[in-house]
Design a protein around this ligand. Sequence first.
Ligand code: FRU
Length: 595
Amino acid sequence: MKHILFLFIAIIFLGCSANNIQVQKNNEGKTTINFKADKKYLLLPIEDTGKEYRVDINVNGKNINHYIIRLAEKKIDYWVPVDISAWKGEQIELLVEGLSDSAICLKQIKQSGIFSFDYNEKYRPNYHFTPYYGWVNDPNGMVYYDGEYHLFYQNNPFGTRWQNMSWGHAVSKDLVTWEYQPVALYPDSLGTIFSGSAVVDENNTAGLKTGKEKTLLAFYTQSERGGQWQSLAYSNDKGRTWTKYSKNPILKHPTARDFRDPKVFWYEPTQRWIMTLAVGQVIEIYSSANAIDWTYESNFGEGYGNHAGVWECPDLFELSVEDSGELKKWVLICNINPGGPSGGSATQYFTGNFDGKTFTCDNKPGETHWMDWGKDHYAAVTWANAPDNRRLSIAWMSNWEYANDIPTINFRNGMTIPRELRLVKQPGGNIILANYPVTEIQKLRGEQRTIQPFTISEEYSIKNLLVNNNGVYELNINIDNVDAEIIGFKLFNNKSESVDICLNIPEGKLYMDRKESGLVHFNPQFAAIAVAPIAKKQTYTFRLLIDKASVELFEAGGETTMTNLIFPEEPYNHVYFYSKGGIYNVNKMEIYNIK
Ligand code: FRU
């Protein structure tokens, strides 16, 4: 009785917001938000750069989970929903530490049958994957099964900045139209859910199959108070629901703090699963017969490639080398942050051999190969089990330098276009990893405009590329050089914002300058010039995919690629061609509207 009385006195009633939500202070000074669940969502008001609060969710007195949420104190920038439909009729309590009694969220928090917001905000891409709302970074768990490509992704479901790492989920039948699915994996007592991969367990090696569908296995890093370990989840219903393995974690490291991003594949010759993991600045390789018990095999990386940052998100796979008879090579993708060729995050790769235990590299120590030379291509990994022997990748289209600051509202960041990978032998004997948009995106092409061939002796502008240009289009430009030293073309709009693409022939370099591209000041590292080496040749074939807030450039079928975000005030609808030191011909120029 004494106890109850004490509680009663200690609770201070702070008021009632909409839908009978009661706000109080408990005896520990925490804010309690109490209500009976009777709608589908609880809508939380968020202040984008506000303070982070730990929010515990209790249902009928039992703690369900906790998240870190920027509950609005002074102003509401956007809202996020908590799906409470599973707890209909039950008593829900949010417990928040350190929130001031006058915080605006306490008056505005509400239950609602719907969650609506401006999905089509200004910089929402049209044919690139973005989360429905909230934050996204790395693509995860990409696997093809039964006609569906699965894309999981690092997701904050409670805000548009990095936090509360969970696996968001989407599926597609064609790699271009995505259907949002509920969040697949939420954080638990072992930590938040970092990056990882998924496979189809064809032979039920893990023994987790329960029905007629093959089991999908997902491997992911859990991160908790500076420690990182690997866990397993499985699905017996085509990836729709996931069960966390009861004896997680399945793999710990004896010493390393950075131990993450498991990428798993089946290695036929030894009948074992292989897992690559990023450990500081090397890749460790493990193997397993049942996908649960793992044995250390080897590591790779010391002295090889770029070491200006931490290695993350590896991927190891075999590919045929084009026009080389039976020759096959193993490719080890290894993302790195920072240290990229144009600053910040980027994707490097190695080619070599793999014998089931060890990766042996063909590249010389110290030499670095980049998959994409732009600023916004990171955490690239490939789909498991893709049909027709295709090796398909997707990357996060952003950069850790400024990813948390990009000027969008209800969502932040997205993915590159899915790309098909090829190994191409260069004239000097070098083998490079070409990456080019999957052919599926061609079905999105709408109205086409073709420009007759022309010659640039100094400068020439083509105005009004498309009648109703909404910033969603494809541009193909083939250039024959006669004797120019500088070959340039600038996409621009009526506000004099532009992206300047330029070949410097004597230097052997390709530049993409976005310093004047539109909004650039939201972060000092955004305004930049990306640069790639490019061989001197007579014909250059450019394909540019433009989608509201990005330019992906592919030259020579993806032998050189460059991906950059842009935030123009209005779409670039004109092109200004220029030359220096000589002339060149544009012998093909076509523009497609993308539907
Ligand atoms: C790469 C990365 C991964 C990690 C994840 C966390 O961008 O840092 O190494 O698993 O993001 O969100």
